[in-house]
Design a protein around this ligand. Structure first.
Ligand code: MG
Length: 381
């Protein structure tokens, strides 16, 4: 039965209720009808770099920064807009110029394909972009936002997930002076778990500073900062006594054998971060690490993250969901996968002062999802 919009509103008996029903049936608001959400047709893809300012100077074992230039993407087709974001990371040879170039080069894949065929689009994008995984992430996040909106459901529902099962997120404390670390820990009072950046020759001082202010659970990320297995073991033994829950990337990503040696002696879980980008990296790490840290910027988006979750689960590995310094666009995208994982570390948006978007929120470490379709984000760039 084909109903005109007017007939539909008349049948529903209330123009207000009718409008909302019509909107939810068609998956969009305004004058679009379901017939128009074909996934094909005219497309508009916008790319823009935006500077995100950090609340505190962000220091890890490798480097320090006061702001990040992230690249935002908007895909518009059939009256539906999907948003995506790339957080280029120097560790992986990425920057905003190269990322923008790759996104622009991949635009034709989206122009030529039906957006409902998002699996095909991912395959083609993987072939087209081989050196800036964050560019792939921006496109895949925007695509999945579009798809969720076209189906008019939040992504976590599309994936069949119960948001109540999402673990609480940790809040990260970067490397700093003792006084600033203490101040940051006090400011992070509402967060039940902290992730402390180490990997320096001042690691004990850093942890002592944290422990002088709080006894809440802490996790530690060395960001490849310990250069020998003996150094790593000595530090881990001490950290274990300080109530540390697990250690992330103790040594350089290439030191897989040494990490396997360390794992046998550590007594607490060791999680791979820099050592793992996509599902293909996981099998060779299963002997050396207890778990993996999945980040959309490394995986190249939501679809590959889902594949990684499947692979890690099949290998009996723990799964952590992490992030770079990102706005609510990329953080919300990852949060929709949180019910799948053991540990969440999705605080990138909480570390910046000028988030251009709102989306999934965090209250006392717990994710608060809205019921909006797709990523559920609002804002502009
Ligand atoms: Mg890490």
């Amino acid at each position: 039965m084909n109903l005109s919009r007017k007939q539909f509103l008349q049948l529903s008996g209330s123009s207000v209720l009718g409008f909302s029903l019509f909107s939810s049936v068609t998956g969009c608001s305004g004058s679009n009808s379901i017939q128009k959400i074909t996934g094909s047709g005219e497309i508009m893809i916008e790319v823009k770099t935006k500077r995100l300012d950090l609340a505190h100077t962000w220091t890890i074992s490798r480097n320090s920064s006061d702001f990040k230039n992230n690249v935002f993407v908007k895909i518009e087709r059939n009256g539906i807009t999907g948003y995506g974001e790339a957080a280029p990371n120097v560790r992986y040879g990425e920057n905003s110029q190269k990322t923008t170039k790759r996104i622009n080069e991949a635009k034709k894949i989206f122009e030529q394909n039906n957006l409902f065929h998002y699996v095909d689009i991912k395959e083609e994008t993987d072939k087209a972009i081989t050196d800036q995984s964050c560019a792939k992430a921006a496109l895949d996040i925007a695509l999945m936002d579009w798809v969720g909106k076209a189906f008019n459901i939040p992504l976590y529902k599309l994936f069949g997930l119960d948001t109540e099962k999402a673990p609480v997120t940790s809040f990260s404390i970067g490397i700093d002076t003792v006084e600033v670390i203490k101040q940051k820990v006090r400011e992070a009072e509402q967060y039940p778990i902290l992730k402390i950046k180490v990997g320096t020759d001042r690691d004990r001082e850093i942890i002592n500073a944290v422990r002088s202010v709080t006894d809440k659970p802490i996790r530690v990320d060395a960001n490849e900062g310990w250069k020998t297995k003996e150094e790593a073991l000595e530090k881990i033994k001490w950290l274990k006594d300080q109530g540390v829950e697990f250690i992330e990337q103790p040594m350089p990503s290439t030191m897989i054998k040494e990490t396997a040696w360390l794992r046998e002696r550590a007594g607490i879980p060791i999680i791979a971060d820099e050592a793992v980008k996509t599902a293909a990296d996981i099998p060779k790490l299963a002997e050396a690490y207890d778990g993996i840290n999945i980040k959309l910027m490394k995986s190249g988006g939501i679809q590959e993250a889902l594949r990684m979750i499947g692979m890690a689960k099949a290998l009996g590995m723990k799964i952590m969901l992490g992030c770079m310094i990102e706005s609510s666009v990329a953080i919300s995208a990852a949060a929709h996968l949180a019910p799948f994982v053991d540990y969440a570390d999705l605080d990138g948006n909480l570390l910046i002062k000028n988030d251009p978007f709102t989306g999934v929120k965090v209250v006392k470490g717990k994710f608060v999802f809205n019921d909006k379709p797709g990523l559920g984000v609002e804002g502009t760039f």
